[in-house]
Structure formats: structure tokens, C-alpha cells
Design a binder for this molecule. Structure first.
Ligand SMILES: [Zn+2]
Length: 218
């Protein structure tokens, strides 16, 4: 039902491949898709002619009925508008299901963020506090590595933040003692009341705005 056929040209041999792609992933029905999302293979296909790996760039929705959340990966402006419509425009249809089942709604703009959100929620953590922790760690990371991106990674139950630049992991930071997480959770307890009504874009920008608005610092 949600499977579409994408035409993707192989960069190596120029062959045009028809690659099936699922735009709606139901984690409880498709555990293998969930696994491929976590190991990154979900967004990779294989050229049927020369066997080269081909990247798949397409938007999708990831549903989890245990954690009761949906994450929309919206890589383009059009996809972003569609995701907002899907979440909030009652005429669009699917909204009823999300509200009926009290789903938490999130929108991410990159594949790495999609993976990160799943890790955060799988670990039963609050993505808003994780964004604050990342923001707190950020100055120290940029001081040492220059330009880098910071992500939460479950790493098999271990709570880690890793810093990344151009697909290369620069460093892992162990946050498993929850020290910063608990501290920032208490500090912002008044602002972080309802995780489900917040969002849908919980990211660095959101965290910066919260810290600026409240003048509470990190
Ligand atoms: Zn090829």
C-alpha cells in the first residue's frame, strides 16, 4: 500500500534501476525495516546491473505503536509541508489515527536525525532534554573539532553522544551517568511539561530558542 517504485540512475554504470521503497514504516509489523533503519541500510539500494550501492533519497514516516510516536523524515520543503499537513490538517485524512492513539509527532530533516529520534525514544528518553544536553556539550566539541554535528546514539543500550563531520565519527561521549540529562531535566521542568504537545520539530534550533527565551542557560 505504501510501497512506491523509485527510478534511480546508477552513478557507476548509468543504468536506471527501479527500486521499491516503503514510505510508511510500521515498526511492529516490519521489524526487518526497523532494523535496516537503525543500521542505515534502509536508504541504500543496489544496482541490478553492476551491483554498486545506490543511495535512496526519499521521504518517509516511521510509526512505533509501543512508544506511540511517529517520525516524519522530510528532506525537502515540499515533504516538510506534506508532513505538517499529515499531522495537523484534518482534511488530509491520517490525522484522526494519530490523535485517536495519542501519538507523539516529530519531523526531522535528515536521515541521521531520523535514526537519532528512534534511538532516543527506544531508550525511553525525552528528545527535548537530549537536545539541551547536546547544546550544552556543543561548545566544548566545536572547540576541539571545529565544525561538527552531534547526535545521540543508543549503541546497544549505552547512552552515547557522537560527533560527526562528513560521515566520519570524530568522538564518542559517554553520557550514561545521566548527569547532564537529569540536571537539565530539573532545570527546565517548568517548560517541559507535555512531551506530546511539543514539537513537531525538536532540534538544535528548538533548544536554542528555549534557552534564549527563558534566559536560564545550560
Ligand atoms: Zn550500476
Amino acid at each position: 500500500m505504501s510501497e512506491i517504485q523509485l527510478k534511480i540512475e546508477c552513478k557507476e554504470c548509468k543504468h536506471t534501476n527501479v527500486v521499491p521503497f516503503n514510505t510508511m514504516i510500521l515498526s511492529w509489523k516490519e521489524p526487518e525495516k526497523k532494523k535496516s533503519m537503525m543500521d542505515g541500510s534502509f536508504f541504500w539500494g543496489k544496482c541490478s546491473k553492476c551491483g554498486a550501492r545506490i543511495p535512496i533519497v526519499h521521504d518517509c514516516f516511521y510509526f512505533d505503536n509501543v512508544g506511540k510516536y511517529v517520525v516524519a523524515y522530510a528532506g525537502s520543503e515540499i515533504a516538510l509541508r506534506n508532513a505538517y499537513g499529515y499531522f495537523y490538517d484534518y482534511d488530509a485524512g491520517a490525522v484522526d489515527y494519530l490523535y485517536e492513539h495519542d501519538y507523539m509527532k516529530r519531523i526531522v530533516r535528515t536521515q541521521l536525525e531520523l535514526k537519532e529520534k528512534i534511538h532516543v525514544f527506544e531508550d525511553g528518553m525525552d528528545d527535548r532534554i537530549i537536545e539541551l544536553v547536546k547544546l550544552y556539550l556543543f561548545p566544548n566539541i566545536t572547540e576541539r573539532f571545529g565544525k561538527a554535528r552531534v547526535f545521540y546514539e543508543g549503541a546497544g543500550g549505552k547512552k552515547l553522544i557522537f560527533t560527526e563531520r562528513g560521515g566520519k565519527i570524530l568522538e564518542h561521549i559517554d553520557i550514561s551517568d545521566n548527569r547532564h540529562y537529569n540536571r537539565l531535566s530539573s532545570k527546565y521542568a517548568k517548560e517541559l511539561i507535555d512531551i506530546k504537545s511539543d514539537g513537531p520539530e525538536i532540534n538544535r534550533k528548538w533548544a536554542v530558542e528555549l534557552v534564549t527565551k527563558t534566559k536560564k542557560g545550560l
